[in-house]
Write a protein that binds this ligand. Structure first.
Ligand code: DQA
Length: 146
């Protein structure tokens, strides 16, 4: 089965972006960590990043088609700032029925109040935050056991 790991806006800057909050690992490091975790579990990885909301919507639809054929393990999504703004991403998850893990590198609940609300959480099977980039590995380990 395939795991879609989708990353939203500004995560291409990982490693140089607010390192005190997000750490020094780059998005390519995260990709490698996800690749290793998927290999351990015999899962196929689709790892992507976009700064564009509609592109993320399209990728959820793509994952939804694989889900309909029984080939999807989960979508692990760090929607970044779109978490807190995007009804479109929520509707895409609801409309496709993909099993979603909402992931954040930082503990959003210990940060500004505008980060406390997530549109996606209502449609997520699981929500995780605050484990740093190790959260990606933990999420893949968890979905492998679903
Ligand atoms: C984030 C948290 C969001 O509030 C923020 O907008 C991000 C990254 C995280 O991984 O901690 O861009 O999703």
């Amino acid at each position: 089965k395939t795991v879609y790991v989708l990353n939203g806006p500004n995560l291409n800057l990982l490693g140089m972006r607010e390192p005190a909050i997000y750490g020094s690992a780059t998005l390519d490091d995260v990709r490698q960590l996800c690749e290793q975790a998927c290999q351990r579990h015999g899962l196929t990885l689709e790892f992507r990043q976009s700064n564009h909301e509609g592109e993320l919507v399209d990728w959820i639809h793509e994952a939804g088609r694989i889900h309909a054929q029984g080939g999807l393990a989960a979508v692990v999504m760090n929607a970044a700032a779109y978490t807190h703004t995007s009804v479109a991403l929520l509707d895409a998850v609801k409309g496709t029925g993909v099993p979603l893990v909402e992931l954040h590198i930082s503990n959003v609940h210990a940060r500004e109040s505008f980060r406390h609300h997530s549109y996606l959480a209502a449609a997520a099977r699981a929500v995780m935050c605050g484990f740093g980039v190790a959260g990606y590995r933990l999420a893949i380990d968890a979905v492998a056991a679903w």
